[in-house]
Design a protein around this ligand. Sequence first.
Ligand code: SF4
Length: 427
Amino acid sequence: MESYQFDNLTITLNKEGSREFSKVSYPIRYGRYAEIKTPEYIFQYNLKGEIKYIQGRGQGWPHPAEWLKRTVANDWIYYWAGGYSSVYDFFGEHYIPCLSYPSNPISGFNPFEDSAVSSAIEACQELLAQLASLTSGSLSQGLRDFLVLVTESDADTLRLRSHRLHKLIGGRVTVLPPDTRHVDYEVIPIIVADGCLYNCGFCRVKTGQDFSPRAKRDILRQIRELEDFYAQDLRNYNAIFLGHHDALCAGKELLEFAAERAYEVFGFERSNLRGTYLFLFGSVDSLINSEDALFDLLEGLPFSTYINIGLESADTATLAALRKPLSVETVGEAFARMLDINRRHEKIEVTANFVFGGDLPRSHMSSFLDLARNRLDRFYSKGAIYLSPLIDGRTRDKEAKRGMLRRFYEIKTLSPLPTFLYLIQRL
Ligand code: SF4
């Protein structure tokens, strides 16, 4: 770690954050990064010199333990402590990610309406001119290299880089699995299949395409181009997301190919972070139809694997209302398979989503509880259930949202599996 002082700026290179993703109720950073401290802000940069975190230090900042994070897709996310009350119970994390784009938030809090938050993002850009002026002086090579990287990463460049990411994988990731919260959503996306099996009526994240696996050569191309895209910052990653909506349906051979090539090309054994993680979505049919050999293969890979299945409901009337072409019996069969895989495989956790709220039939939540409690005689800590609120970012009815939170808490108390809210996050 090296530190340099210039008037009101303290620049520190090669800072070491935590080597492990942790669930803590204070600001935490991971891997290696650089930092610039001013009297008003702490700006933190990834190893490509791109702004990643901003934390306010002054009076106007909403809370001293809250911060902004910029994703590789160039979205700003505000990490809100939510007054620390029940946040962990609701989300399984100590912070609520508040998104700067429409999603399904249930909190009703929008930090992006606070001028202190927008000023912080502007201040990060204003700092670039001051940093550029420093490069004319005598500097160590390490500091000069860092300043050049930062000043080259202005707002327009960062926006273009996110377009490059989306172009190389073939479009934006409209939704990440809820389990990616375990790595703070820091996943490298590799698309192994497009579209999905059902194209359900209610779904806002679908592409509308029929399911179609990618060719191996396309997967390999993505991996090689992603290696070039993440460049020096690759060492700060240890997780991949195999997309899009039903990678499980792509089958054993393609999953093995993508996971093994990614592990090797991304050099995960040399990551600054411990452990390696693999995330994917699956559907009811792909879970039921996948042979045991596929799960044995995943168990043998050098990853901890999370597979998230969209069950949505165990109630006939609700499935019909959602226009999801599945029967209650097949949903029950998939739920039983999920429990079985979770019992038999140490390194695999299958989790499930159910829709929540909206104008759903009253039988929806009671049928979920019947399904879970008929099959489980006690609480199990593996196999999380995510309840996905059917609301959009424009819903401002605070009383309705409070009612949903109360109802969520009742269900969580009765559920024999860890139960959390699902906040849809894109990449
Ligand atoms: S819920 Fe899943 S299967 Fe249904 S349309 Fe959306 S992505 Fe496709």
